[in-house]
Write a protein that binds this ligand. Sequence first.
Ligand code: FEO
Ligand code: CA
Ligand code: CA
Length: 665
Amino acid sequence: MKYFGAVLEQRLSRRDLLVAGGSALAAAGALPAIGATARSGTAGAVYAAIAPTREDALRLSPGLRAQVLIGFGDPLFAGDAGLTARDLRSLKWLDADAAARQGRRFSTNNDALAFFPSRSRRDTGLLCVNHEYVEAELVFAGVSADEKARARDRDAWLRANPEAVAWMRAAHGVSVLEVRKGLRGWQVVKGAKATRRITADTPMDIAGPARGAALMRTVADPTGTRVLGTFANCAGGKTPWGTYLTAEENIQDYFGGARSWAAASTDEATKRAYRRWPLRERSAYGWDLLDARFDVRQEPREALRHGWIVEIDPEDPTSTPKKRTALGRFCHEGANTILTKDGRVAAYMGDDAEFEYVYKFVTRDRFDPKVRAANRDLLDHGTLYVARFDADGRGEWLPLVHDENGPLNSRTGFADQAEVVIRCREAADVLGATPMDRPEDVEPSPVSGRVYMALTKNDSRKDERRDFMGREIDLGPNAANPRPKNDFGHIVELIEDGDDAAGTRFAWNVFLLAGDPRNTAARLLTLAEDLAPGGLAREDVFYAGHADRARLSPIACPDNLGFDPSGRLWIVTDADTGLIGNNGCFVVPTTGPERGLLKQVLSAPVGAEVCGCEFTPDGKTLFLSIQHPGEGGNVDAPVSHWPDGGGLPARSAVIAVSREDGAPL
Ligand code: FEO
Ligand code: CA
Ligand code: CA
């Protein structure tokens, strides 16, 4: 069965249109018309907004429905009863075989979703899902809901339950599933040919400019070419040739012993590699207590082998995942692709940390739509760029390229391209990139080509200049991040010059300044000039110019983004639920008179963030991740019982949202 194709065909046809109408488009900003032409008849259904809730339930706009597709512990293969919410109420399941069993089951904290439609079967496809991290209190009975108590007891608990470390490694990574829509909605096909779990122990190749570099070599892998596993996977993406991209984000939480290693070591090159992305003495998860790979004193360079974009071929369950180092090393949120006018591939990426940057990678070679294998290593060669946003609404993509005659050379500390990609943040500093408010998903619209970036929040933004994460910067607001103490977040729209993703110059504007328009003490701004840095308050909001508070849904902390086939932007959130209410899913037109008219269409259960945001090509199904419902409580005293109910602890799960009448969303 072949799965790639539909996404690509959609993008190619759009590109053909754009090439045909290119000049008019660039001159007159005629993007809405192009979008309408490309997708006439699919204007997108209208939904009544729901109000924010704090209910422990999925709530949806009238006319929408949702089903749970698969959740934490569910078996991927026949003959396995799985790990149930009921099982979680004790630790009996955590025995010496628990890790092996987990390696054949769906795991927890599902995040990025990518759907690859089958070419030969209707309503069938592969779904790739990554599993970002494990929250011990939501999995292991007896672990405190209180963060301080949990930290205090952690080491003793892990030593008493050493199976937990191997189990956690098996619970990270990726699940590849075949899914099929039938009379009872979407179902997972257990044991399908492509079914696969990738974990924190799965062998992977290091590909691209950092392959074999001195900084990539460890005791276990003196060649610097082969690494075990992926973890801390956040958002993701997919390539036009039908592979899954999964983004390694907060890998710093997995390693311990960094301070004592640095005090004892004279390895200045390795120390420098950590300057802009430091590790800690005490890890967040304690794997280093039981596994030397995560102890910096024993493997000082292992952490440099994580923090990359990983490419996985979901069609071949025996394929070796590849870490694509040409795309740089940072807190990767995701990698969303689109074709350039000349048929190369651009991937947009965020570095999800305070005052970090937005990146783009453009391949050197063209995508071959006819010979899939010809694209196998396309992501190993190309140009990585970082964005600078200027106050006049323009911006530039700055090439992160080693060149003895350019700014990144041996005199500025970069001996070759391997050092540029490994110390990517530091290289971006040299070029003068703009520090952003935690860039999460950066997603090009497949209909208009415009790029939207979720800047989830940054409550550290304030007027001062000081050392921050290894370099001195101005922490004050800037034009693209205009709000001080930005704890509601915002969305920036980027329009590439010539509407070509290969371009190095662009225009940008603030599309949304998130917050609560119901709060009449807050200003609802309507003009772009109102958004200049310096004059904004934490509560001020902006919805692309809309002035009617009653028609706008409150929203906090946009995280992942998606587009339906009509080109409307869908947004899911990861906010502190004290700000507005439970996290949710929102839809907003980006063109026409309703541009900016944002409506909430889904509210998630207590404690959950919503991620994923993946449409089937027919627009009839939206797959979403409900990640960590019950956060704030624990297994013993759950604050959410979703999805099983009956007083049971909550489980992360994937849902399929559709219209009750079956029409496209
Ligand atoms: Fe894992 Fe950037 O959220
Ligand atoms: Ca995310
Ligand atoms: Ca997030």
